[in-house]
Write a protein that binds this ligand. Structure first.
Ligand SMILES: Cc1cc2nc3c(=O)[nH]c(=O)nc-3n(C[C@H](O)[C@H](O)[C@H](O)COP(=O)(O)OP(=O)(O)OC[C@H]3O[C@@H](n4cnc5c(N)ncnc54)[C@H](O)[C@@H]3O)c2cc1C
Length: 421
């Protein structure tokens, strides 16, 4: 196991993550290679009364700690059990590795838009992905969690245990997960991609998408993103440098072209990338940016998407802000994970995301204007899409009110010194 302290060669590379908006300077970084290294790191932190943070990819909340950072990026083991249709992955694994390994057995994981996101951070956050309306969240499929708890013990927890419940949604506050075991689904391909419209057509496109998405079958998972694309040559000419409304589609049925007819008719289509594709290419549907950058984001879940809300979205759809609306419902409304609650009544989540130039406050204010307008219909927030630094009050809204007291009680039991997360 390697360790790094400020000034050491490799220190900056080890703490570097995808999200660069929060400066971080841990006193010591442990580059863990296995569960024993994680145990040693947790025990060392206890002896020295250090705060403990953990990072696989740095896609999420950057570990803005001055204590001890456990870097799990070397823990990359993936095992597929084709008969049981399960995967067992170590803490540093990204979705792309599971997608590739599972595909060899005609299976797929409940991964999200980007294959570069870490499996553990996404799953513990309550992350949901491209097949969510058909199969629910990744957390719904977890069967066992190996975790080093703040007392330095390596435990395996399964559904029914209070620690299992707290970890699935409570994220890093209860220990460092060293491995996850979860179910896979028998999917090898889907109908997916995007329809791109000029953002000037946003009112018509939003209305058509909302009406269409509300009655769509559970086999369809869809979102709409309003984004200013860079004028770079890798982008196809019809959308290069344009402010676009991009409807993203992942459909598990056979009649995709028939299903999307009303959308294709909503406004002139600048670019249509819809086709059948192997699940191994599912990252192409959203084509998330692959390069690290500083960004800040928040979101609100809502039970309806009425015309007043659509008008608020149109008003705040500026080139400085990426707006994304995901259709929820389907299996997301039915399934209950044995983990921290999920707002099953939420039908959509509205997200805002902006690149941070130097000061995050103007971004917070711009986002607040949109979410204030949506406030009468907002029911809460989703943890995976709270990007950057947020107040404790804002973070608390990512947990259903009924679960907050139990989380607090379990936090006091498992991490009495409050050193984790
Ligand atoms: C490009 C992009 C695409 C995304 N797409 C989706 C999507 O489709 N659906 C969705 O729901 N979310 C999505 N997200 C959000 C993503 O799920 C969260 O940001 C998630 O927390 C990232 O996890 P990570 O492991 O990659 O990041 P990390 O920064 O490594 O981890 C994030 C946090 O997870 C916790 N954590 C990580 N590893 C462990 C561990 N071993 N033990 C305990 N806690 C741990 C820590 O609190 C850590 O700060 C996306 C994010 C990005 C940047």
């Amino acid at each position: 196991m390697q360790t790094f302290r400020p000034g050491d060669d490799g220190y900056a590379e080890e703490i570097a993550g995808f999200q660069t908006s929060i400066p971080t300077r841990p006193a010591v970084v442990v580059a863990a290679e296995n569960a024993d290294d994680v145990k040693d790191a947790v025990n060392y932190a206890a002896e020295h009364e250090l705060h403990v943070a953990v990072q696989a990819t740095g896609h999420g909340l950057n570990a803005g700690t001055e204590g001890l950072l456990i870097s799990t990026r070397r823990m990359t083991g993936v095992e597929i059990d084709a008969e049981k249709q399960t995967a067992r992955v170590e803490a540093g694994v990204r979705w792309g590795a599971v997608i590739e390994a599972a595909a060899k057995h005609g299976l797929a994981p409940l991964s999200g838009s980007s294959p570069d996101v870490g499996v553990v951070g996404y799953t513990l956050s309550g992350g949901f992905g491209l097949m969510a309306r058909r199969y629910g969240r990744a957390a719904d499929h977890v069967q066992a969690i190996d975790v080093v708890t703040p007392d330095g013990e390596l435990r395996t927890v399964t559904p029914g245990s209070e620690l299992f419940w707290a970890l699935l949604g409570g994220r890093a506050g209860f220990g460092v997960v060293t491995a996850l075991e979860f179910g896979l689904v028998p999917v090898t391909e889907l109908y997916g991609g995007g329809l791109y419209f000029d953002a000037a057509d946003l009112p018509a496109v939003l209305r058509a998408w909302r009406t269409w998405a509300v009655t769509a079958p559970d086999e369809l998972t869809t979102s709409i993103a309003v984004v200013a694309l860079p004028g770079l040559p890798f982008l196809p000419e019809p959308i290069r440098g344009k402010h676009v409304a991009n409807v993203r589609i992942a459909y598990l049925g056979e009649d995709g072209d028939e299903l999307v007819k009303p959308l294709r008719a909503a406004a002139p289509v600048l670019l249509d990338t819809l086709k059948r594709l192997p699940y191994t290419d599912s990252g192409s549907i959203a084509s998330d940016p692959p390069h690290p950058h500083p960004y800040h984001g928040t979101n609100a879940t809502v039970e309806v998407l009425n015309d007043a809300m659509l008008a608020a979205v149109v008003e705040h759809a500026t080139p400085e802000t990426v707006l994304i609306i995901d259709r929820l419902g389907g299996e997301l409304a039915r399934r209950r994970t044995d983990g921290v609650g999920w707002d099953s009544a939420a039908q959509f989540v509205v997200r805002a995301l902006s690149v941070v130039e130097d000061d995050v406050d103007p971004i917070r204010r711009a986002h607040a204007k949109l979410f204030d307008a949506l406030a009468p219909w907002s029911t809460g927030r989703l943890l995976p899409f709270l990007y950057g630094a947020h107040s404790a009050e804002e973070l608390a809204t990512a947990f259903p009110a009924g679960d907050r007291a139990r989380l607090k009680q379990l936090k006091a039991k498992y991490d009495p010194a409050g050193r984790f997360g």
